[in-house]
Ligand binder design. Structure first.
Ligand code: MCA
Ligand code: AMP
Length: 512
C-alpha cells in the first residue's frame, strides 16, 4: 500500500474539478482542477530538477496559492517539504541549508542573489524562485511542463516534511514528520471538528508552520472544502469575509485583535460555525469576552511542531476556557512526575507526555536528542506542564522548557542570549517573555555590561538585526548590574518576569 499523504490530500481533486478550492482577496480563484494541474506540472519540474524520494526541498517564499501547490508537488514526488519562516535572516538560512542539505532551494525572487550565494556555500546546486504573485523561475518552468501523474510510493514512516524548531541549546532542531503523522492527524482533526466539503476556511496564518500548513490546509484538502488565502492577519478584512465563511483558525492574537473591532458581534459571525485557537495559551478572559460578543465559544486545542495536534476541546460539549480539552482520537496524553516519571492522578500538576500516530519520528540527524525526549514506552515528553481535571480536561499551566511564545511564534531565549553575549562589552544576558496585551508574551532582555562598556538599547538591537528574525529580537533591552540567581547559580527568570510584569501593559511603568 502506498502511504503517500498526497493520495489523501488529492482524493477530492477528480470528484469536484470545478469547485473553487482557493481564492484570494485580489479575486484570484483556483478550482480543484487548476490546483491539480498546476501541482502535477510542478511535480514534473521537481523531477527534472532531480528531486528524488527523501530529498529535502527547502522553501522560503511568501504566502501564495502556488506555494501550497509546491507543497503538494513535493509530497507527490516523495520529497521532504521544508518550509522556512520568511522572517529568517541569511545567518539563520545558512544554518538550515547546511543542516538539511536540500536538493532544491526555492526562495523569493527578491532574495535570489543572496540565496544563490548561501546555496553555493552549502553545496546546494538547484535554486529556483517563487514570488507572491506566482512569478519567478519556478512558475516559468511550470508553464512549459506537462502534468506528471506519478505518485511516489512511500511507506508510512517515510518523511513528508521537516520543520525546524529552535532548541534549548540555541541550535535549531529539524522535527521529522512522516506521511502517516500528517495523514492521521488531519483525519483526526477533520472528524473531531466535524469538517465537511461545505466548509469555507478563512486562512490568515503563515504557511510555514504546523498550524497554517498542516492543521489548516491538510484538513481542507482531506475533506474537499475551500479556503480564502489572506496574506496576513487583518481583523477588519476577516470581518468583511465572515459572512461567506464557516471556520477561522488563529493564534490568540487573532482573537484579541478581532475583539478590538466594534464590528465583531453576533450578526457578523452568524454564518461561522467554528473558531479555533492554538499555538499559545488563550486567556480565559478572551474566551469569555468572545462568547459574550458573538455567541461562539472559541475551541482551543493544543499541539506542537513535533507532535502535530494532541488535544482539543470538544466540538459538541463544553469548551472550557483555560483548558485544551481531551486527547484526539488515536492519541494519548498523560501527566507524569517530573523527577520519577510516574503517572500522576487527575488534579496533580506534572509533565505533559503524549503518544500516538501524530508524534514525530525524531530530530533530523540528532538521535541522542531524540532518545532523550522519549520515554521507553514511546511517550514524548513535551516540555509543557499540565494538569488533567476530574472530567478529563487538560490545562497547560506552564513550561518546563525555557521558551517565549510571541504572537504564536516560538523564541528560544538561549539563541537570542548567545548573540547578545557575543557583543563586545557584554558580560551576560537573560531573555524572558513578559505579558504582552497583543502578542501574549513580549521578548525582553536584561543585559549585564562590563564596567567600561558603552552599549545602549539601540546598539544591542542594531547588532541583532541581521542575525535573528525580527520577531525574536527583544521589544525592550534593560541594563542591570547583575542577573538574579538562586543558590545553585541558576538565573531566576521568574524574578525578571515579575520585575518587568507591567512593562507592556497600557499603563505600564518603564522599568529603566
Ligand atoms: C510580527 N512581528 C512580531 C510578530 N509578528 N513580533 C513579535 N512576535 C510576533 N509574532 C513584528 C514584525 O517583525 C514587525 O516588526 C511588526 O511586528 C509588524 O509586523 P506584521 O507582519 O505587520 O505583524 P502582524 O501582521 O501584526 O503579525 C502578528 C501575528 C503574526 C498575526 C501575531 O505574528 C502571526 O500570524 N503569528 C502566527 C504564528 C503562527 O502561525 N504560529 C503557529 C506555529 P517591525 O515593524 O518592528 O519591523 S505552529 C505551533 O505553534 C504549534 C504546532 C501549534 O500548536 O499550532
Ligand atoms: P511549537 O514548537 O511552535 O510547535 O510550539 C509548541 C508549544 O506551543 C507547545 O509546547 C506549548 O508550549 C505551546 N502551545 C501550543 N498550543 C497551546 C495552547 N493551546 N495552550 C498553551 N500552549 C500552547
Amino acid at each position: 500500500m502506498n502511504h503517500n499523504l498526497y493520495l489523501q490530500l488529492s482524493s477530492h481533486f477528480d470528484r469536484q474539478p470545478d469547485k473553487v478550492l482557493i481564492d484570494t482577496p485580489d479575486g484570484d480563484r483556483y478550482r480543484y482542477r487548476d490546483v491539480l494541474s498546476l501541482s502535477q506540472r510542478m511535480a514534473h519540474v521537481l523531477h527534472d530538477r532531480g528531486v528524488e524520494p527523501g530529498d529535502r526541498v527547502v522553501v522560503q517564499v511568501d504566502k501564495s496559492p502556488q506555494a501550497i501547490m509546491l507543497y503538494l508537488a513535493c509530497l507527490q514526488v516523495g520529497g521532504v517539504y521544508l518550509p522556512l519562516n520568511t522572517a529568517y535572516t541569511d545567518a539563520e538560512i545558512d544554518y538550515f541549508l547546511g543542516d538539511a542539505e536540500p536538493r532544491l532551494y526555492v526562495c523569493r525572487p527578491q532574495a535570489e542573489e543572496s540565496a544563490r550565494r548561501l546555496a553555493a556555500a552549502c553545496g546546494v546546486e538547484a535554486v529556483e524562485t517563487l514570488g507572491v504573485d506566482g512569478d519567478g523561475s519556478l512558475m516559468a518552468l511550470v508553464d512549459l511542463a506537462s502534468e506528471d501523474e506519478r505518485v511516489a510510493d512511500v511507506g508510512p514512516d517515510a518523511l513528508a516534511s521537516i520543520l525546524y524548531t529552535s532548541g534549548t541549546t540555541g541550535r535549531s532542531k529539524g522535527a521529522m514528520l512522516t506521511h502517516q503523522n500528517l495523514a492521521a492527524n488531519s483525519q483526526a482533526l477533520a472528524t473531531t471538528w466535524q469538517f465537511s466539503a461545505e466548509d469555507h476556511l478563512l486562512h490568515a496564518l503563515p504557511i510555514f508552520h504546523t498550524h497554517g500548513l498542516f492543521v489548516a490546509c491538510n484538513i481542507v484538502f482531506t475533506v474537499g472544502a475551500s479556503m480564502t488565502f489572506l496574506p496576513k492577519l487583518d481583523a477588519e478584512q476577516l470581518l468583511d469575509l465572515m459572512p461567506r465563511a464557516t471556520v477561522l483558525m488563529g493564534v490568540p492574537t487573532f482573537y484579541t485583535r478581532l475583539l478590538a473591532s466594534p464590528r465583531l458581534d453576533r450578526e457578523t459571525t452568524a454564518n461561522m460555525r467554528l473558531f479555533v485557537s492554538g499555538s499559545a495559551p488563550l486567556l480565559a478572559e478572551t474566551h469569555r469576552e468572545f462568547s459574550e460578543r458573538t455567541g461562539h465559544a472559541i475551541l482551543e486545542r493544543y499541539g506542537m511542531t513535533e507532535t502535530n495536534m494532541n488535544t482539543s476541546n470538544p466540538y459538541d460539549g463544553q469548551r472550557r476556557p483555560g483548558t485544551v480539552g481531551f486527547a484526539l482520537p488515536g492519541s494519548e496524553v498523560r501527566i507524569t512526575d517530573r523527577e520519577s516519571g510516574d503517572t500522576l492522578l487527575p488534579g496533580e500538576t506534572g509533565a505533559v507526555e503524549v503518544r500516538g500516530p501524530n508524534v514525530f519520528k525524531g530530530y533530523w540527524r540528532m538521535p541522542e536528542k531524540t532518545a532523550s525526549e522519549f520515554r521507553d514506552d514511546g511517550f514524548f515528553i513535551t516540555g509543557d506542564l499540565g494538569v488533567i481535571d476530574a472530567d478529563g480536561y487538560l490545562s497547560i499551566v506552564g513550561r518546563d522548557k525555557d521558551l517565549v511564545i510571541s504572537g504564536g511564534y516560538n523564541v528560544y531565549p538561549k539563541e537570542v542570549e548567545q548573540w547578545i553575549d557575543e557583543l563586545p562589552g557584554v558580560v551576560e544576558s537573560a531573555i524572558v517573555g513578559v505579558a504582552h496585551p497583543d502578542l501574549g508574551e513580549g521578548v525582553t532582555a536584561a543585559v549585564v555590561l562590563k564596567p567600561d562598556a558603552s552599549l545602549d538599547e539601540e546598539a544591542v538591537l542594531a547588532a541583532l538585526s541581521d542575525k535573528i528574525a525580527r520577531y525574536k529580537q527583544p521589544k525592550r533591552v534593560f541594563f542591570v548590574d547583575s542577573l538574579p540567581r538562586n543558590v545553585m547559580g541558576k538565573v531566576q527568570k521568574n524574578v525578571l518576569r515579575e520585575r518587568y510584569a507591567d512593562l507592556y501593559q497600557p499603563s505600564g511603568a518603564s522599568s529603566d
